[in-house]
Ligand binder design. Structure first.
Ligand SMILES: NC(=O)c1ccc[n+]([C@@H]2O[C@H](COP(=O)([O-])OP(=O)(O)OC[C@H]3O[C@@H](n4cnc5c(N)ncnc54)[C@H](OP(=O)(O)O)[C@@H]3O)[C@@H](O)[C@H]2O)c1
Length: 310
């Protein structure tokens, strides 16, 4: 089947998901919220992993108004805090015995230089290291679930990403710009996805790693990209390029459930510049396939998070 021409893939293509256990990070807002809604509508048990439980409960209430039978469990997860990630994982093991899909969706973009609780630069710490630790901690559960899947969310901005292992985390802010760090975090999401897929293959684990990006979607992500004043001026221009969150989430959803998807594939919108449109297979940069950098990133991520994959 040609996944790029056959039809316009929408949520109508999502199969029944009754009995499936799905974790969505950042499930209370934007694309994550749309993903939780779509999975829950199809009958999955969705764990909405949020740093703010009250925001999560509000988001859950909104979805229950639409789909009263939805099974959604709000669970606290702060990806900028390794203790919180461990606590989330421990709670998960107490409550569930399988994990079909781990959708690593949460993210921040272009904030000022600051550190996570563990002293990592915040964008790389949250967007990459937090998800690296979470995935590693949930690995035993993914291993024992047949045909499980990890989906990482990258961005067109990965094309601006440059890896520099002599100063991966912009120590003391040296060399930091909000855009450079965001680009590096999103390139890391892809390097990690492809290395994870190689890890699964090498260890004969019945799980695949897939990536997706949403083009440019109207969510809360842009709150740090420019001041409110600048955004109010840019909004009319911005709206020409941007798509709704319910469209933007489709590549993540397709990457999560497409039965033809293979490990190491990357989904994004099919429109011009991949900014909007229905989800299809897309290409990432040559840098994202760099085997050396993927290995280095994996090793340094294990060292920093103290989560070792085995
Ligand atoms: N929107 C776009 O055009 C676009 C483009 C390319 C890639 N992306 C990617 O899409 C993903 C989703 O972003 P979005 O556009 O839906 O933005 P969003 O509306 O701002 O949602 C981001 C989600 O991530 C959560 N989050 C942030 N920091 C966290 C942390 N430390 N621990 C746990 N959760 C955290 C947020 O929680 P709070 O609500 O508490 O802040 C929120 O739920 C991100 O990975 C982003 O990089 C988006």
């Amino acid at each position: 089947m040609n996944m790029n021409t056959s039809h316009n893939w929408t949520t109508a293509s999502i199969p029944v998901l009754t009995g499936k256990i799905i974790v969505v990070t950042g499930g209370n807002s934007g694309l994550g919220f749309e993903a939780v809604k779509a999975f829950a509508e199809k009958g999955a048990t969705v764990i909405m992993a949020c740093r703010s439980v009250s925001k999560g409960e509000n988001a859950k209430r909104l979805i229950l108004e639409l789909f009263p039978k939805a099974i959604i469990v709000v669970s606290e997860l702060d990806l900028a805090d390794l203790k919180s990630i461990t606590a989330f994982s421990n709670r998960f093991y107490e409550q569930y015995s399988s994990l079909n899909i781990l959708l690593n969706n949460a993210g921040i973009m272009m904030g000022p230089y600051c550190l996570t609780k563990d002293g990592f630069e915040n964008q790389i710490g949250t967007n990459h290291l937090g998800h690296f630790a979470l995935t590693g901690l949930l690995l035993p559960m993914l291993k024992k679930t047949p045909k499980s899947r990890v989906v990482n969310v990258s961005s067109i901005a990965h094309k601006q990403g440059v890896m520099d292992f002599s100063n991966l985390l912009y120590e003391n802010g040296s060399g930091y710009t909000p855009m450079k760090a965001y680009g590096r975090s999103k390139l890391s999401n892809l390097l990690f996805t492809y290395e994870l897929q190689r890890f699964f293959e090498k260890n004969k684990i019945d799980c695949i790693a897939v990536a997706a990006h949403p083009g440019v979607s109207d969510t809360n992500l842009f709150q740090h990209a420019a001041s409110k004043w600048v955004m109010s001026i840019l909004k009319p221009v911005f709206s020409l390029f941007v798509q709704s969150a319910s469209m933007g989430v489709l590549p993540e959803l397709r990457a999560s459930v497409e039965s033809f998807a293979k490990g190491g594939e990357y989904f994004g919108p099919k429109g011009k510049g991949e900014m909007k449109g229905y989800p299809v297979l897309v290409n990432s940069t040559n840098d994202s396939y760099d085997l050396d950098n993927a290995k280095k990133l994996w090793e340094i991520s294990e060292k920093l998070t103290k989560v070792v994959y085995s």
